[in-house]
Design a protein around this ligand. Structure first.
Ligand code: GDP
Ligand code: MG
Length: 166
């Protein structure tokens, strides 16, 4: 089995952190500043017969007035065309207009989309999270919803196993 996995989401949700943990090495750049990842990062993970190729897309951005944002949107959208599964990463604690625009794009993907609710280590009020996730899954058909903490390494095993099944 060999697959392309695209990691998409607005800046700062933890895409690069997730990729770094999955690959077990510092391949992509993480930072507090949004938009650190300017290019697609390709990572290959081989485990037995399974080879998964991860593409860490730059966030899909609003504000397409700037040329750089236009370029990054193009790159991110192009990355969605050839993938076997999309990991749509969101911050479990915060939903923004930018998440909204990413949702609008992944909605039309032809491959399965897994909603990855990251930063669960920062959750203060669980009661806020569940209705939001329920609401999201009413708006599009996610193949799975997986809560994780990329930083604290929570539930990443489950996510990896799941991804390798696509
Ligand atoms: P990207 O822009 O989506 O690639 O996000 P990054 O991976 O660069 O992460 C943005 C910021 O969020 C960094 O400061 C990370 O350390 C932090 N971060 C990422 N994952 C988690 C997480 O699971 N929990 C917490 N608390 N912070 C995280
Ligand atoms: Mg990044």
């Amino acid at each position: 089995h060999c697959g392309y996995v695209a990691i998409v989401g607005r800046p700062n949700v933890g895409k690069s952190t997730l990729l770094n943990h999955i690959l077990g090495q510092k391949l992509s750049i993480t930072s507090r500043k949004p938009q650190t990842t300017r290019d697609q990062i390709l990572g290959v993970k081989t485990e037995g017969h399974i080879q998964a190729i991860y593409v860490d897309t730059p966030g899909l951005h609003l504000g397409e007035t700037k040329a750089i944002n236009r370029f990054m949107n193009k790159t991110a959208s192009a990355a969605l065309k050839d993938v076997d599964v999309i990991l749509f990463v969101v911050d479990a604690n915060r939903w923004t207009e930018e998440d909204e625009s990413v949702l609008e794009k992944v909605k039309y993907a032809r491959c399965p989309v897994v909603l990855v609710a990251n930063k669960v280590d920062q959750i203060e009020n669980k009661d806020d999270i569940l209705p939001r996730l329920a609401n999201l899954s009413e708006r599009m058909n996610f193949s799975q919803i997986v809560p994780i903490s990329a930083l604290r390494n929570k539930n990443l095993d489950r996510l990896e196993h799941l991804v390798e099944g696509y």
